[in-house]
Design a protein around this ligand. Structure first.
Ligand code: ADP
Ligand code: ASP
Ligand code: MG
Length: 411
């Protein structure tokens, strides 16, 4: 079998852990598999580099941020490769450029466009273990790009697709994908399997365990992805095609994202073209807007609210203030501490009353819902960030997602 194995930041957090990754890779190799390894930077390293950039200057240039952040992964790949070589396994480390991971030029959030992977194939053919730097690529100008926080998952899945690997294993610090963040709700239950669509919603709604672009690749190229613990030998979670059994479950998971902000434009003229005037320049700046709500107009004026990632708030506000002056609305209000809590499940397609149960559960705790959005398989509510943990816990219980006290696992 050809297996792509990705190890996240905690799994390569220090030299001892890198040595233990080397032993796991060697074991897969001894079992007769061809292995391609993708690594993250040591945990905390990417944050440390970013902090240095922001201490150096107020608004670091994004191309230079990518140059800086891409160094984190170079450290771990070289260390793992030299450890494997010492253990008697031929290994070779490769940067994104050496692999041929070509991306667009959207620095700090680039998207993979093509992977040539010839060097990886040649390395495999030569009997080596290629060790690839996650999270990085190059654009058409050969400038270094990064794929957005958590992007090493995407390197791994995209590489698995390009190499037509038999399996893609994502090793992390939890034992798989859970009904909610197990670090927030200790009795969250590990899912044996989850559909691509549900995982995609979960990832884009804040479940950090997989980068959402990685799930898009997995779905598009039908890559079977297994999320596993680096520290414990356990079956993990298979991310795969939907089956009839999955439809039986109404709600599979609760997710949250605390890093959002809301902007409200008061007294916006209610006439054709205004929304385009407001959101056009924001989109041009490549800022992603999430929920948008417009009120019924009153005397030709209306209020318009939208949410976005808090990290995009400063550049977005510069643009909005400019547009606001041009179209002459009265006031712009910002709420910096909001969170989005969501429930996800393919079973929602065929069951009714799910939204009502969600709203009742939040109401019982006195949590005010500021905005709501739905799709076929998810319902999201925006609330004040201070209610996040409480909302996740009560929803997790209300939809019966937790492990029964004292229950014995089937596996
Ligand atoms: P890595 O460094 O290995 O890429 P991440 O920190 O990116 O690891 O992702 C793993 C983390 O995702 C877990 O420690 C957990 O806190 C968080 N997480 C959030 N939601 C979930 C979920 N539903 N299932 C599992 N983990 C989750
Ligand atoms: N090192 C990068 C980050 O911390 C990429 C990754 O770990 O997936 O976001
Ligand atoms: Mg991650």
């Amino acid at each position: 079998m050809l297996i792509v194995q990705k190890y996240g930041g905690t799994s390569v957090g220090d030299l001892e852990r890198i040595a233990s990754v080397a032993r796991k890779v060697a074991a897969a190799r001894d079992a007769g598999h061809q292995v391609v390894v993708v690594l993250s930077a040591m945990s905390g390293e990417t944050d440390k580099l970013l902090q240095m950039a922001h201490t150096m200057v107020a608004h670091p240039d994004e191309r230079e941020i990518d140059m800086l952040l891409s160094t984190g992964e170079r450290v771990t790949i070289a260390l793992l490769a030299m450890k494997l070589i010492e253990m008697g396994y031929p290994a070779r480390s490769f940067t994104g450029r050496q692999v041929g991971i070509l991306t667009d030029s959207a620095h700090t959030r680039a998207r993979i466009e093509r992977i040539s992977a010839e060097r990886i194939r040649a390395s495999l053919d030569a009997g080596e273990i290629p060790v690839v730097a996650g999270f990085q690529g190059i654009d058409e100008k050969s400038d270094v790009t990064t794929l957005g926080r958590g992007g090493s998952d995407t390197t791994a899945v995209a590489l698995a697709a390009a190499l037509k690997a038999d399996a893609c294993e994502i090793y992390t610090d939890v034992e798989g994908v859970y009904t909610t963040d197990p670090n927030l709700v200790p009795h969250a239950r590990r899912l044996k399997k989850i559909s691509y669509d549900e995982m995609l919603e979960m990832a884009s709604l804040g479940a950090k365990v997989l980068h959402s672009r990685s799930v898009e690749f997995a779905k598009k190229y039908l890559v079977p992805v297994r999320v596993l613990s680096s520290f414990k030998d356990a079956p993990g979670t298979l991310v795969t095609k939907e089956d009839a059994e999955m439809e039986q479950v109404v709600v599979s998971a609760v997710t949250y994202n605390k890093n959002e902000a809301r902007v409200t434009l008061m007294g916006v003229p209610d006439r054709p073209g205004i929304a385009a005037r407001i959101f056009g320049p924001i989109a041009e700046a490549r800022i992603v807007v999430d929920m948008i709500i417009q009120n019924i107009s009153d005397g030709g004026l209306t209020d318009l609210s939208f949410t976005l990632s808090r990290s995009d708030l400063i550049p977005a506000m510069e643009i909005i203030r400019k547009t606001a002056r041009e179209i002459g609305e009265r006031e712009v209000k910002v709420h910096e501490h909001i969170a989005k809590v969501s429930i996800v499940g393919v079973g929602m397609r065929s069951h009714s009353g799910v939204a009502a149960r969600m709203f009742e559960t939040l109401a019982r705790e006195g949590i005010n819902i500021m905005m709501i959005s739905t799709s076929e398989i998810k319902i999201s509510c925006v609330m004040e960030a201070k209610y996040t943990e409480l909302a996740v816990r009560v929803l997790h219980d209300a939809f019966g997602l937790g492990e029964e006290p004292g229950a014995v696992s089937e596996e």
